[in-house]
Design a protein. Structure first.
Length: 260
């Protein structure tokens, strides 16, 4: 059982066409290349940090404000960030907009904070149902079982996988009164479909069991869903059986925690 409303961060994508970050440490223009791919918020920050450290001479650290989904790039020396005049900005290949930075050059900076929240948030309109916490759903990873002639049983595995299970119910565009158990969202169904599409492509997400505590999160990937035992599809159902036309549910979703 879970007594809080939850939320998910997802939708962080770097493309080959917009992976470049133009900057200058004082000796001429440099270009950092962020590896294209899909990321979680924290993984994207790490990818940007790695790209800057590979291209530059200063030491760079990229951190996130998890409540606002803003990035901060810190450096050990004054750096110019060429978000307006960089070569790749002119070519339309700059990563700055994807990272939430405006098209404005910043000079002699040792701390460069973005101004626009990045990625997407999915907030279920109702508390998660059919909830099983990761403490109560575990499985030996790639385990093999053998039995000796004496009857002794041995298990060989490569760690333990942990899982969350829950269903998302009462997704709707129908107006909900303030203070009710279902949160009002005129795009509720559209938002759920976009979230499920991201999941079925096996992209990672960040799950916050308590939406008001964004620093307590898990990195997850969809393991299975209603209509898809391998998690590469989904089936949303309108809740006709309950007499709730216009309200949709996912069925039970199983997520595996991505271990570092």
């Amino acid at each position: 059982m879970i007594d809080t409303y939850s939320k998910f961060y997802y939708g962080f994508t770097i493309l080959s066409a917009n992976k470049y970050l133009d900057f200058d440490e004082g000796a001429g223009a440099l270009v950092a290349e962020v590896v294209p791919g899909t990321y979680t918020l924290e993984d994207l920050a790490q990818a940007v940090e790695d790209a800057l450290n590979e291209a530059g001479s200063f030491q760079y650290t990229v951190t996130t404000n998890r409540a606002s989904r803003l990035l901060t790039i810190a450096s050990t020396g004054p750096t110019d960030y060429l978000a307006a005049t960089g070569t790749n900005v002119a070519l339309g290949a700059s990563v700055f907009p994807t990272l939430g930075y405006p098209a404005t050059d910043v000079f002699n900076s040792t701390s460069f904070v973005s101004s626009t929240a990045i990625g997407s948030v999915y907030s279920p309109q109702y508390k998660l149902q059919d909830y099983i916490d990761q403490q109560d759903s575990r499985k030996n990873r790639e385990a093999t079982l053998s039995k000796s002639a004496s009857g002794k049983v041995e298990i060989q595995s490569f760690g333990t996988d942990r899982f969350f299970e829950f269903s998302i119910k009462f997704a709707t565009n129908i107006f909900q009164p303030s203070g009710g158990p279902i949160v009002n969202n005129q795009n509720g169904i559209t938002n759920l479909r976009a979230f499920m599409q991201w999941l079925m492509d096996k992209n990672y997400i960040e799950f916050m069991p308590d939406a008001s505590a964004p620093n307590a999160y898990y990195r997850l990937v969809l393991e299975s869903a209603a209509g898809s035992s391998d998690g590469m599809g989904y089936k949303l159902q309108e809740q006709y059986a309950r007499g709730l036309t216009g309200y949709w549910e996912t069925g039970v979703l199983t997520f595996r925690i991505i271990e570092d």
